[in-house]
Design a protein. Structure first.
Length: 281
């Protein structure tokens, strides 16, 4: 595959060695010991496979389907919890921010500031995140064409930040359904930055359960393997030891016990892709 800019995430650099990197964890911060245990398993899996690992969990899910849905502990308690997890696991941390005023405070703990898909065109938010100097991961909106993400990148580049990632998470296909156009992965990658595939939100059925989203977990592996073949740099997954008990996005979260098998397949396919995509002109 053609080279993209290496990106600094905490004390690691991704996309510089041609290996996949992994952003994974529960959707939202739950009970601290459980969340920490999930992170420990993910770190062990990634170490066995030789993959860089970034722990993921949201301190606030501001875009819930219903006001009754669990949002998380909030920025104060959430960042404190993420700091403890960071120190315990000794891995970088990624979490979402939703407003420009959260950027600097979050950057004191987070190694990656993540911009939710619904907010990917919010100029003030993008600029505030970029101005921190931290890595920024922008999820492509469910309403956005892949080529339009070049404009998103330019909003952050103008502030001198080139520590950027773009993430594909599916495109709206009618009501309560998403589809992934695999062409979008190489299109976004052609902008020169690492591209991540969100393997779990891509099988989400937004609002499909009335007051909450549903999902089709059974297709996570299929799409993840296809994305590895399309030439990605990283994979994003929301994982849980028991998704049925998860406080957010359970139907589209991957069982922790299934993660290693999926990643092994992705690594094998990715190795083939690295050798072949650059010659398929």
């Amino acid at each position: 595959m053609e080279r993209v800019k290496p990106v600094k995430i905490g004390n690691i650099t991704v996309a510089d060695d041609g290996k996949l990197f992994v952003l994974a964890g529960p959707c939202v911060l739950e009970e601290e010991e459980r969340v920490l245990a999930i992170g420990k398993v993910m770190k062990d899996i990634c170490q066995r496979l030789g993959l860089a690992y970034v722990f993921k969990a949201s301190f606030d899910k501001a875009n819930r389907s219903s006001y009754t849905s669990f949002r998380g502990p909030g920025i104060e308690k959430g960042l404190a919890m993420l700091q403890r997890i960071k120190e315990e696991l000794q891995v970088p941390i990624v979490s979402d921010i939703h407003t420009p005023d959260q950027a600097q405070q979050a950057a004191e703990v987070l190694d990656v500031l993540q911009i939710p898909a619904f907010l990917c065109r919010q100029t003030d938010l993008l600029e505030a995140a970029a101005a921190t100097g931290k890595c920024v991961n922008v999820k492509k909106g469910q309403f956005m064409a892949p080529e339009d993400m070049k404009n998103v990148l330019s909003k952050m580049e103008r502030l001198g930040n080139e520590n950027l990632l773009l993430t594909e998470r599916g495109f709206c296909l009618g009501y309560h359904n998403l589809v992934v156009d695999m062409r979008g992965l190489p299109i976004m990658r052609s902008f020169g930055y690492p591209v991540v595939f969100d393997a779990t939100h891509s099988v989400q059925l937004p609002g499909g359960a009335g007051t909450k989203s549903s999902g089709q977990r059974q297709f996570i592996g299929n799409l993840a393997r296809a994305a590895a073949g399309a030439g990605i740099d990283g994979v994003f997954m929301e994982v849980h030891d028991n998704p049925e008990e998860a406080l957010s996005d359970g139907p589209n979260m991957l069982y922790l016990s299934q993660v290693e098998a999926v990643l092994k397949d992705m690594v094998a396919i990715h190795e083939i892709t690295k050798k072949s995509v650059s010659t398929a002109k």
